[in-house]
Design a binder for this molecule. Sequence first.
Ligand code: HEC
Ligand code: HEC
Ligand code: HEC
Ligand code: HEC
Length: 232
Amino acid sequence: MFHKLSLLVIIVALIFTGTVDAQIKNSKHDLSFSSTATVRTTTSGYEEVCVFCHTPHSKQSTSLLWNRTASTATYAVYSSPTMEATVPQPGGVSKNCLSCHDGTVTYASIVNNPGSGAGIVPAFSGTGKMDTTTAAVPAGLGTNLTNDHPIGFVYSTHRATDTGLRTETTSGSKISVQATSPARTLPLYGTTAGTASLECGSCHNPHGVSGVSMFLRVSNANSEMCLTCHIK
Ligand code: HEC
Ligand code: HEC
Ligand code: HEC
Ligand code: HEC
């Protein structure tokens, strides 16, 4: 009986560590004090990982229990002569990423810090923001998104006029682009095909995926991720 119980405890523990935490801990998105990442807080004892992006309470945005101050930047967006439609300002879910990656908001701009009241505000070295000027830090996208893959537009409207794009799949209120051999699914953001947009999270999973680099949702070996949407 005891053995069965302890086995169960181990299995449950494995299931939990095997999900979000296992991949995010010590990844570049682990900004806690004990993280092995280069960018992390210098405040000893500040060990929460999720807090840099989510809070269980006092959420400030309508979704994801988002815990960061939004960027107020206006972005230069992608355009090209061959694009079927114009690209708007990034959508809310992409702005979540840009609240660190455009380099205008400090890492410490957390709405609800650990502890009661104002809580403990984590310190960071340097400017405390993402570096967007040094070539060696490509993660700092800045506010010029003209040289980045277009985001923030409704996938189906672009797809309708471009035969080189795979038709999206609607499953209840979840819209995605799916391909086979190997099977892969990339999410679009919105509850109907007519409103679902392509955002940073269509290609990236900020928690990391086991065995896949760059926080990509699926491996891009042989450009498989690109070929989920583009039929080339
Ligand atoms: C660097 C920012 C960041 C950190 C740190 C982070 N998340 Fe997230 N999380 C996000 C973003 C962005 C999304 C939305 C993902 C999407 O667009 O699909 C999200 C979505 C989620 C979701 C809902 C969708 C899903 O993937 O299941 C859960 C649950 C979640 N996070 C839990 C956690 C937990 C638990 C931690 C800490 C161990 C954590 N996150 C740390 C950025 C972060
Ligand atoms: C709390 C701040 C924060 C948020 C929010 C955040 N990131 Fe990051 N991200 C970082 C930091 C810090 C790095 C590492 C930068 C460095 O090493 O100089 C990083 C690195 C990355 C990298 C490079 C990974 C690698 O292995 O080189 C990718 C890709 C990335 N982030 C994507 C995203 C996406 C997509 C989102 C939203 C879904 C997001 N990030 C949200 C802080 C953030
Ligand atoms: C269409 C898919 C796609 C979208 C949308 C996308 N990315 Fe990426 N991103 C990638 C791929 C693929 C890589 C890896 C490139 C490589 O390996 O050289 C990457 C790399 C990165 C890196 C690492 C930069 C580097 O060169 O080391 C960061 C940071 C990043 N993305 C953040 C973002 C953010 C923030 C957004 C939204 C504003 C976003 N990405 C939207 C596909 C995408
Ligand atoms: C989630 C679906 C999706 C993924 C994944 C994706 N794309 Fe795209 N991509 C699109 C859509 C939709 C457009 C807009 C097409 C249009 O309106 O002409 C686009 C536009 C582009 C354009 C600009 C075309 C132009 O006319 O200026 C290029 C280049 C491109 N993608 C390359 C890539 C590459 C390389 C990858 C992999 C790193 C990738 N895409 C991954 C959906 C995707």
